[in-house]
Design a protein around this ligand. Sequence first.
Ligand SMILES: [Zn+2]
Length: 407
Amino acid sequence: MDIHFLGGASQVGRLGMLLRQGPAALLFDYGMLPGKPPQYPIEAPPIDAAFISHAHLDHSGMIPWLTSRHATDIYATPPTLDVADLLLADSLKVADAEGFEPPFSGRDVEECPRYYQTIEFGETVEVNGLEVTLHSAGHIPGASMFEINGPETVVFTGDLQTVSTELVLGAKPVKCDTLVIESTYAGRQHPDRLKTEYEFLNFIESIARIGGLAVVPAFAVGRTQEVLMTLARKRFDTFLDGMGKEVNSIYVEHHGYVRSTKKLRQAMNRTRIIHSPRGREKALGAEVIVTTSGMLDGGPVLRYLDAIKDDPNSALLFTGYQVPGTNGRRLMDEGMIELNGSLVKPRFQSRYFDFSAHAGHDELVEFIEACDPKRVVLMHGDNRQALADALEGPECLLPVEGQWYSL
Ligand SMILES: [Zn+2]
């Protein structure tokens, strides 16, 4: 078997891995790297099928290019495909607003569902002599790992979380010969999840007690739902704004992908949804607002931050990693934020809570050892050597984009 990364081997983003065995050619993930300008992977050749691990755009963002260019069948779980549709349409709006030419059209996005083949965890499909079985990757609801059975067994993890969260149960190891694994957190650890949740709730309580407003920017897919489920443990007056609303409904519709649909539904019932400018006005008098975008580069969050910028009793609670160059990262590093086109030093408090949906360094090592592979291929990371150094036993491969490797 041979593999070739079209993107996303030595960096986080625009992932795509081709796998060839005899006449069979499969593609695993095909995403973009959102940014200014967005970046795309190397152009994929015609292939038998593409398997998409999950809906985040760095894994799914090029689906319409594949279907419009090569009429490729796209295999993924039902929630992955539904959420991907939402994100792909949104990516065109973002490209338009920022003045970048996208690699596909609105019509391509509308037509790609014709090529969708839904597949569930535990199911196997055969494509041109290769068998592919899906397993949960624990990252977000519907996120899959792919077990490919040919002359040897290869597992491709996509994004991986082995720790169980409110939203999804952690991934279980799969025995294989070659493990292709993400390494986003190579060399970095996460704090204990339960402790993070406890501190998050305590901080919001302290803000509510002094009459402040807690604004929680959260990615629409996965993070928003987890945050709402965590908040539901307390009786905060919570509002939700942004695209997380639609994603909630998709996750509730598809049974068996969230840890407890009942709990997610309860959390949604305890949350007031913002539909209008009047709703936004009302939310400013609440205790918590959960909204997008997660890195403060647009979305309703900026309106709320503008409203609390002079209030030292209010707070901003980061729930995700802030990519360098984003508005959120600037606030974390320099205490300055861009609001309405000007740079301001806000007076609200801000704190970071690690709700990561990726396995940390020790969890990655533990997972690799339990899969017991002869060979490990480290991808999706910019500090892969730290993980390679921690592994004893398996042969370790750190591929670069654009080269073929024989397994
Ligand atoms: Zn992801």
